[in-house]
Design a protein around this ligand. Structure first.
Ligand code: CU
Length: 172
């Protein structure tokens, strides 16, 4: 088999792997209300279309494997129509590398910034951020939590942070 064919086969197998993961169970939103359940249902559809993966177990869950720069741990977060992230608390182990996978539910465009809590609160230039996450779009950002924090995340689309669109990183 020549090199190009091997590369193509690898790409197909990778795609198949992603789709298989996407068909798995989703992590439930932090809130147990009916809207949260509806979003989870919609996420199932989004996964089917986008081939997205589910959140990996966190430090408090069975099967936890700390994320590294070579193999970041995946944390899926929904940006919801009521200007909240779900979940809005994410627990990490000190030093972990996390790939945040953000999906916007509903017509409002969101952003996702993560880093030192003071920088995130101040919307400081240079703080890691993804922007223009439109309806049913998924974007990701990888961040390494060096030190004990405090760390936070937020959406700085106009008015959203003030409305409460922010989250907390708990470092174990
Ligand atoms: Cu927002």
């Amino acid at each position: 088999m020549n090199g190009r064919a091997t590369l193509l086969l690898g790409a197909v197998l990778t795609l198949a792997g992603v789709i298989t993961i996407g068909a798995g169970a989703l992590v439930a939103p932090a809130e147990g209300n009916s809207q949260g359940t509806a979003w989870t249902g919609m996420m199932g559809g989004a996964n089917g279309m986008m081939g997205g993966a589910t959140s990996a177990p966190g430090p408090d869950a069975a099967g936890f494997v700390a994320g590294t720069t070579a193999s970041p741990r995946l944390v899926r977060i929904l940006a919801t129509p009521v200007l909240r992230f779900s979940p809005d608390v994410v627990t990490v182990k000190a030093g972990e590398t996390i790939t945040f996978v953000l999906t916007t539910m509903g017509p409002t465009v969101h952003e996702f910034m993560v880093g030192p809590a003071a920088d995130v609160a101040a919307n400081k230039d240079g703080t890691p951020e993804i922007t223009d996450i439109g309806m049913m779009q998924t974007k990701s950002l990888t961040y390494t939590f060096t030190g004990s924090g405090p760390f936070a995340f937020a959406c700085h689309a106009p008015g959203h942070y003030e409305a409460g669109m922010k989250g907390t990183i708990v470092v174990r």
